[in-house]
Design a protein around this ligand. Structure first.
Ligand code: WQD
Length: 343
């Protein structure tokens, strides 16, 4: 019996593959490598000394997706595959709806056809919209403020409807807050295409001398230091949250949504100072205007995941900074471009 990991070559997917393999699961990775690099999977194999099947398949390729289910005995699916850049989604919404929603529909159709009714879905705190009261609980009002967030919200609704149509499904929806950091080996990590949109990879690239300074978007928010506050969670804590979610769907049927966050809000300047403290490096920055669509403060109430999944984040902001820097300094240009056939 295998666990199918869609998007397994990505940042969170590859870290989850390491934890799955270390926990003794057999995995199959499906990825179209549109936003990831096969080398991440080569590194996963090196870290775990385990091998696994890889399918270079796009979820929109129905026949190839069906072939994966025909060729393997899939027990459950961890569904990471999807486009995930908020800003980009505003400029190419059709690509986001096609890729994220139609791709998920194809996956669910093939799962149902092959009687695979256990799935963990990679959602996002972005489904809470811009002004949710903090700490955010899972019953907070939902509302997307960009096409990327809308795709996550629609897929959550899709999964709810699937469950209502057949209550033998086991479904867990995980709402990530802000994943940062890297595996302690420094062999896998966040490898954004082009200039990073997110804060931590931008900080590590400034530290590596790839940019002269960090642009801090806004210092006039109603927060302790005026900069935006977020719930940064170590990507390995996020990965172990998926193991707990998988255990839950394997143990029975039902549906539930869970916040994966630390419950602690950290500001932009807090993160910059923590990074400087941990690495001994100085991060130059300038204050610019607020970024459109950003909220002042966003952090989770992680109580439900603790009580129902038996999971909580254990790594602190220093671990996140130390591990992020180790990945960046060992891989100044991210993953090398390797061809899928060579791994
Ligand atoms: C964090 C803070 C910025 C960059 C996004 C998505 C979310 C999820 C995680 C997918 C904010 C500030 C940032 C920079 C800055 N992705 N910032 N300078 O926007 O909270 O969440 O990524 O699921 O869906 O919305 O993360 O890292 O972009 O920003 O000052 O160069 O850092 O204003 O306060 P965000 P972020």
């Amino acid at each position: 019996m295998s666990i199918l990991v869609t998007g397994g070559a990505g940042y969170i997917g590859s870290h989850t593959c390491v934890e799955l393999l270390n926990a003794g699961y057999d995995i199959i990775v499906l990825d179209n490598f549109s936003n990831s690099n096969p080398e991440s999977l080569q590194r996963v194999r090196q870290i775990t000394n385990k091998s696994f099947k890889i399918y270079d398949v796009d979820l929109l390729e129905r026949e190839k997706v069906e072939m994966v289910f025909e060729e393997n005995h899939v027990e459950a699916v961890l569904h990471f595959a999807g486009l995930k850049a908020v800003g980009e989604s505003v400029s190419i919404p059709i690509d986001y709806y096609q890729n994220n929603i139609t791709g998920t529909l194809v996956l669910l159709e093939m799962m149902a056809r092959h009687k695979v009714k256990k799935i963990v879905f990679s959602s996002s705190a972005t489904v809470y919209g811009a002004n949710a009261s903090v700490p955010i609980i899972e019953d907070s009002p939902l509302g997307a403020t960009n096409p990327y967030g809308s795709t996550k919200l629609i897929i959550e609704q899709l999964l709810n409807d699937v469950y209502l149509s057949d209550r033998s499904w086991g479904i867990v929806i995980l709402r990530y807050f802000n994943p940062i950091g890297a595996h302690i080996s420094g062999e896998i990590g966040e490898d954004p295409k082009g200039k990073p949109n997110n804060l931590m990879p931008y900080i590590t690239q400034v530290a590596a001398g790839k940019h002269p300074r960090l642009n801090i978007y806004g210092k006039d928010y109603p927060t302790h230091d005026g900069t935006g506050v977020r719930d940064y969670i170590h990507v390995v804590d996020l990965a172990t949250g998926h193991i707990k979610a998988l255990e839950k769907v394997l143990s029975g049927k039902g549906i539930g949504a869970y916040n994966l966050g630390t419950g602690t809000g950290i500001s932009v300047l807090d993160l910059v100072h923590a990074f400087e403290q941990v690495t001994g490096l100085n991060i130059q920055y300038q204050i610019l205007d607020r970024r459109p669509g950003d909220s002042a403060t966003c952090f989770a109430d992680p109580k439900k995941a603790r009580e129902e999944l038996g999971w909580e984040a254990i790594k602190g902001i220093e671990d996140m900074c130390r591990d992020a820097w180790r990945w960046q300094s060992k891989n100044p240009n991210g993953y090398k471009k390797v061809d899928i056939v060579s791994i």
